[in-house]
Design a protein around this ligand. Structure first.
Ligand SMILES: Cc1ncc(COP(=O)(O)O)c(C=O)c1O
Length: 397
């Protein structure tokens, strides 16, 4: 049977195919070190694991769960937003727990996008914005983020893209994400205020994807801190990175009651509430004190220094003020692009780093290195790269 037309132009997710290639190389004895994917390698807090164990050993926690999520989890999400972002949310009406924010991106597209509708996506940006919008039948308006503009949106250029809006289209979805993945660019209060004004002036519904605000960033920000933001914004957040719970699949959507109701109409037909012990353990994770985030970040800070030594050795250029789980770096001038450098490192030094081009054409001259590997592994990568003769800047290894 042929696949549906909506899958035309949608390939398998890059990492899904690349990890298979790496597995094959490993089977051939290559022992590749991957600095590719942003999946935290540390465990959640022991209290979180304890709650999961305790709750899952009870007889009454195994039934189907509410589509809206457990009230305990929704209240914990509201308290987390209040404590760390200073945002007030009604846990009954303005929060929807999700099985990860990736799921939320798809639900939002399926809820609001008609075939032929324009959807604005950042280039470079998280590839799921593009694939979810395409699966919903959207026409993509890729807006370029440039290093010389600190990876901030160029509103004049985006206005040009808005001409592609269908006559029947009421509002245009626009995905934004700060701290930005893959560039690590932090948001500013002005950026959030400008985005909301731009959205208001141009009939845009912003989807702000905010999974990295606690990583290598001392001041987590939410676009919902802006006055009247919920008229114009849906925010997504996640425990994947901030609480080392990527495999648990716990995310959340914050929006006006109307948007939550609309998305729930789609979501409740797609899946059911998450396993209750996971929800209760996630609620515990959200109540962790600030010292949790400090410990998580101490580790990433040390790893980041090791990655910077590696990048210096390769002759790459990068900003030291990046937030999030990665370091984004421009390849040296004598290397064609990020794909070429990634292949060189994979096949000559058995080290995998992500080519920036997978995040959009504007990412071509870059690579992205993940901080989700132990410091010793990062040092081992440096030594392999040195042995392969790929170090440009003389240094002590
Ligand atoms: C920008 C961005 N948004 C969303 C996600 C997905 O996160 P989750 O695990 O919550 O689905 C990722 C994961 O890599 C990401 O980089």
């Amino acid at each position: 049977m042929n696949t549906a037309k909506r899958l035309e132009g949608i390939g398998e997710y890059y990492f899904s195919t690349k990890l298979r290639e790496i597995e094959e190389l490993n089977r051939a004895g290559k022992n590749i070190i991957s600095l590719g994917i942003g999946s935290p390698d540390q465990a959640p807090h022991p209290e979180v694991i304890r709650i999961l164990q305790e709750e899952s050993s009870k007889a009454n926690t195994h039934a189907y769960q509410s589509y809206k999520g457990s009230p305990v989890l929704r209240k914990a999400m509201a308290a987390w937003y209040k404590q760390y972002y200073k945002v007030d949310l009604d846990p009954e009406k303005e929060i929807l727990p999700l099985a990860g924010s990736k799921e939320g991106i798809m639900h939002i597209c399926m809820t609001y996008v008609n075939p032929g509708d324009l959807v604005l996506i950042p280039n470079p940006g998280y590839p799921t914005y593009q694939s979810a919008a395409k699966l919903a039948g959207a026409v993509l308006g890729s807006y370029e983020l440039k290093e010389e503009n600190n990876w901030l949106p160029d509103f004049d250029a985006i206005k040009g893209l808005l001409d592609r809006r269908q006559a029947s289209q009421e509002e245009v979805l626009m995905f934004v994400n700060y701290p930005q993945m893959p560039t690590g660019q932090l948001p500013t209060k002005k950026l959030f205020a400008d985005l909301i004004q731009f959205a208001r002036d141009n009939r845009i519904l912003l989807v702000h994807d905010n999974p990295y605000s606690f990583i290598l960033n001392d001041e987590p920000m939410s676009i919902l801190q802006e006055e009247g933001a919920t008229d114009q914004v849906i925010e997504l957040n996640s425990l994947s990175k901030s609480h080392n719970m990527a495999g648990w699949r716990v995310g959340m959507m914050m929006a006006s009651a109307k948007h939550i109701e609309n998305v729930l109409r789609f979501k409740s037909n797609m899946d059911s509430g998450m396993f209750l012990p996971v929800q209760l353990a996630a609620a515990r994770a959200l109540a962790l004190p600030p010292s949790w985030y400090q410990e998580v970040n101490d580790l990433y800070r040390r790893r980041k220094l090791a990655v910077e030594v590696l990048l210096d050795g390769l002759g790459c250029h990068y900003s030291k003020s990046q937030a999030g789980l990665f370091v984004w770096a421009r390849v040296p001038q004598d290397v064609a692009d990020g794909y070429a450098l990634s292949d060189l490192l994979l096949y000559q030094a058995q080290v995998f780093v992500t080519p920036g081009g997978i995040f959009g054409s504007a990412g071509n001259p870059y690579i992205r290195i993940s901080l989700c590997a132990p410091e010793e592994k990062i040092r081992e990568c440096l030594s392999r790269i040195h042995k392969a003769g790929l170090i440009k800047v003389k240094q002590h290894v």
